[in-house]
Design a protein around this ligand. Structure first.
Ligand SMILES: [Zn+2]
Length: 185
């Protein structure tokens, strides 16, 4: 329990000329639903009905320590043409994509932007402790054994393997790599 990781993501969008924002903090592996249906976790008001009732789902993946988005219209019953989810201009039907700060999500005519993603480890009695934030690192995009770098690292590419650095997402490294990264090869 003491290693439980808390994560939250803030969405921003414009609705009838009003700026809206909502922060979601999902239980790991549970979906945060987004759509026009009033039962969704994030309800979008779209008089043109370009957004589906239950259109997209966000979930926190504790393995990759990142938020992902899923198109929830892909398997609807009775079968209907899926309503695309667009992420940074990329059409998502079956694929599930990791989100980063500033990702743009388009559902129908509504564009939501990921304002922030925060990750922290729970301390006793402290729901989102800032005291553990000094353990956070940015991660390179190497799939197997990624490298963890200090959050202030400015380079675009990992100094160890050259993969892109995912500087928008702060993560808590697994314990065995929590120390200083290995020397560059
Ligand atoms: Zn690397």
């Amino acid at each position: 329990m003491e290693n439980e990781i808390l994560c939250q993501l803030t969405l921003e969008w414009t609705e009838a000329d009003r700026r809206r924002s909502q922060t979601v903090s999902p239980v790991p592996s549970k979906l945060v639903t987004i759509g026009r249906d009033p039962g969704c976790d994030v309800v979008l008001h779209d008089p043109t009905r370009s957004v589906s009732g239950i259109h997209a789902g966000l979930y926190w993946d504790p393995k990759t320590l990142s938020f992902h988005i899923r198109n929830l219209t892909r398997d609807r019953l009775p079968p209907k043409q899926p309503n695309p989810v667009w992420v940074n201009g990329r059409k998502i039907i079956q694929e599930e994509l990791a989100l980063e700060t500033n990702s743009q999500i388009q559902l129908g005519r509504v564009v939501l932007s990921v304002k922030s993603i925060e990750v922290a480890r729970r301390n006793q009695g402290d729901p989102l402790s800032r005291g553990t934030l000094d353990t956070l690192r940015v991660r390179c995009s190497r799939l197997e054994n990624p490298h963890y770098l200090p959050p202030e690292y400015q380079g675009q590419n990992c100094p160890y393997c050259g993969h892109l650095v995912l500087s928008a997402t702060l993560v808590i490294p697994p314990p065995e790599v929590g120390k200083a990264p290995q020397s560059p090869a």
